[in-house]
Design a protein around this ligand. Structure first.
Ligand code: ZN
Length: 137
């Protein structure tokens, strides 16, 4: 469970509901175009490759590597100040897509570009679990 209920919690909408449903079940799901098969993230109505609006979601491997990162010391939005310093990572998933998240259980000075990571999930409440990442040993 979250240690700070004041942080803003994502709200599922028509386009991303299946992504958040996957997270709730601790599965990382990616949107896939039913016309051309292209994967995309974050979820959105139209395929950037072929403009089709017909899509589905597929379970992703949940694995990838650190593409980029920063360590936030502040000032931050007030709800996040108590968490600083904290990392923000851009993970390149094995499927080739990028996702912005946090790396857990890893001191800032041990984060490396290219580090192998896998998805883990932080349950905020009954509906929303956040996808986070941890390094692969
Ligand atoms: Zn497409």
């Amino acid at each position: 469970m979250s240690d700070d209920p004041s942080i803003p919690i994502p709200v599922a909408n028509f386009d991303n509901a299946e992504f958040w449903e996957g997270c709730r079940k601790h599965e990382l799901r990616l949107q896939r175009c039913r016309q051309c098969g292209a994967l995309r993230h974050p979820p959105r109505p139209m395929c950037p490759e072929c403009t089709s609006t017909d899509s589905e979601f597929a379970r992703a491997s949940g694995r990838g590597s650190v593409y980029s990162f920063t360590v936030v010391h502040g000032p931050t939005l007030p709800a996040f100040q108590a968490r600083a310093p904290y990392n923000v990572v851009v993970v390149q998933l094995d499927e080739g897509l990028y996702i912005v998240s946090n790396l857990v259980d890893c001191p800032a000075d041990e984060i490396r570009i290219g580090m192998g990571v896998e998805a883990v999930f932080e349950d905020l409440d009954e509906q929303i679990s956040l996808p986070k990442f941890r390094r692969i040993a």
